[in-house]
Write a protein that binds this ligand. Structure first.
Ligand SMILES: Nc1ncnc2c1ncn2[C@@H]1O[C@H](COP(=O)(O)OP(=O)(O)O)[C@@H](O)[C@H]1O
Ligand SMILES: [Mg+2]
Length: 512
């Protein structure tokens, strides 16, 4: 197959990091080429160099053997390169057609062009079964549909090379399958596609070849059929990734928190939690499984004191509370890894070192007489960066500049270094790559083995099966059963997740 694109020795240096270090890749006609790497490996930077958003410090780009200089996205488009970004670049108030022709040079009167553009967009939409109305406003479209508009935009400009940056991150499994179908059609038609991803299943399921990046360098280039997920993971992370945790050795202890018959009703009068009861024991990980949106968020907010509940009570370390607030919960030795790390978990505009003391800045050792000891805070941050392997240039780095995995590590460091008795972790690995996921799961296990209690709320069943000792399945705000992990199979859990209550006689199992 002929070569359509060659990037040779691309180097891009940011003030504190070499994001791309002499990277070379070759893309052939009709090929799906995966660019695989952990968060921060340099994938987006490389593609931004290709699309003219960044200027590389070194290196050459060839389109079909001809060297090109790409100064901006217009140059990229002229060279047949189209990019669908990780974050969409659409204007919500404008229609599909307006968004697609925005920024294109018009040869004729704008009104005429709009009609013509609308027709061409409709044609394209039909060809790829996109089911998009060119006159619909972007704000009325689902995320999956908006992504299709981004793809249409690229096809409208007649791109021969399509770049998709983490395209599946925002899609449901169903939409992912449809997107894969579209990509297959595109390459059958002779176009070439570069997919950027950190997900091994995507690489295995879609690509012809894979280039693996680590720390800004190419560490491997293999034909997908000739490799396997294990080898790819090893290249990506730089060591074997086992996901193979030791059997528990700590004994399950006494209950440390119990939730007794609590309910939550939202503002519209809808019951979000119905008479939930469970107890959490020292030295165990209790997993709360369930399909997203079945009361998990409400449950986590209730037990962390963020959401009031009706009826019942919550007992923490023997003390019973009819109402909670975050301060009480916190001072009882409860730590919390919230679902939304960017809003609840961190102050994104603040430095890493300040984020690390968000919850404890007001008392010793960080403060004396209301004055924060910044030397100490700085030392503490340096220590945490080391212990938690946070990839950040300095303790003063602003949280928003770090990758998702490293942001999550800040939260983890902050919440664990106070040695909590109870850890509430909500979707702790969402959006993280393999290395960071494995690291986080191991920390949950370490907590348990040190005798703490861990409540893990996750919509990923695989995650729950990997680390939990007991599993409670939540459906429409109710528990369908609480079971020991070794006494249940996936089918049974699936049935509970779909709303089938386990028979009452064995539905609740207590930790020993
Ligand atoms: N505009 C920028 N300024 C400074 N550093 C950046 C910028 N963009 C990316 N980086 C850094 O470059 C490295 C590679 O980032 P990126 O290409 O976004 O990785 P990936 O897409 O593989 O997750 C990271 O260390 C990141 O922090
Ligand atoms: Mg990226």
């Amino acid at each position: 197959m002929s070569i359509v694109l060659k990037m040779e020795g691309i180097t891009k240096i940011f003030p504190k990091v070499i994001a791309n270090d002499h990277i070379s890749i070759t893309l052939h006609k009709g090929e799906v080429h995966a660019l695989l790497g952990e968060n921060g490996a340099g994938k987006s930077t490389l593609m931004n160099c290709l699309y003219g958003l960044y200027r590389p410090d070194e290196g050459k780009i060839f389109i079909k053997d001809r060297e090109v200089v790409i100064q901006n996205s217009d140059d990229a488009i002229k060279n047949g390169i189209g990019m669908v970004h990780q974050h969409f670049m659409l204007i919500p108030e404008l229609t599909v057609t307006e968004n697609i022709i925005l920024g294109l040079r018009q040869s004729r009167a704008p009104l005429l062009d709009i009609d013509e553009a609308g027709r061409k967009i409709k044609e394209l939409s039909e060809r790829y079964h996109f089911n998009i109305n060119p006159h619909e406003k972007i704000k009325n479209l689902s995320v999956g549909m908006q992504q299709r508009v981004e793809i249409l935009k690229v096809l409208y400009r007649e791109a021969e090379i399509l770049v998709l940056d983490e395209a599946t991150a925002v899609l449901t499994p169903q939409e992912v399958r449809e997107l894969f179908g579209v990509i297959r059609k595109l390459v059958q038609e002779g176009r070439s596609v570069l997919i950027i991803t950190h997900k091994l299943e995507e690489v295995m399921g879609l690509s012809d070849v894979v280039t693996v990046l680590r720390d800004g360098k190419v560490v491997g280039n293999v034909i997908t059929k000739k490799t396997d997920p294990k080898e790819l993971a090893r290249m990506m992370v730089g060591r074997d990734v086992l996901f193979d945790f030791h059997e528990r050795h700590a004994e399950v202890g006494k209950p440390i928190m119990s939730v007794n018959d609590i309910s939550v009703t939202d503002k519209k009068g809808v019951r979000k939690l119905r008479n939930l009861s469970f107890s959490l024991h020292k030295g165990e990980i209790l997993g709360i499984a369930g399909v997203d949106g079945n009361g998990q968020v409400e449950l986590s907010e209730v037990i962390t004191g963020m959401l009031p509940f009706t009826g019942g009570n919550i007992t923490i370390k023997g003390e019973s509370f009819g109402a909670l607030n975050p301060r009480i919960v916190y001072e009882q030795g409860v730590s919390h890894i919230p679902q939304d790390r960017q809003h609840t978990g961190l102050v994104l505009g603040m430095s890493l070192m300040k984020n690390l003391i968000l919850t404890d800045y007001y008392h010793a050792p960080y403060s004396k007489n209301n004055i924060i000891d910044y030397d100490l805070v700085d030392d503490h941050a340096a220590d945490m960066i080391k212990q938690y392997n946070i990839k950040a240039p300095t303790t003063e780095t602003i949280a928003s500049e770090l990758s998702g995995g490293n942001q999550q590590k800040i939260i983890l460091a902050r919440e664990l270094c106070r040695e909590p008795d109870i850890l509430i972790a909500v979707q702790p690995t969402r959006g993280l790559d393999i290395g960071a996921t494995e690291f986080l799961r191991q920390k949950l296990i370490d907590q348990r083995d040190n005798g703490s209690a861990v409540l893990l709320i996750s919509t990923e069943l695989e995650e729950i099966l990997q680390v939990a000792d007991r599993i409670a399945v939540i459906h429409e705000g109710q528990f369908m059963g609480i079971v020991r992990k070794n006494e249940v199979d996936i089918n049974e859990l699936g049935l509970m997740m779909a709303g089938n209550m386990r028979s009452p006689s064995d539905s609740i199992c207590e930790g020993e």
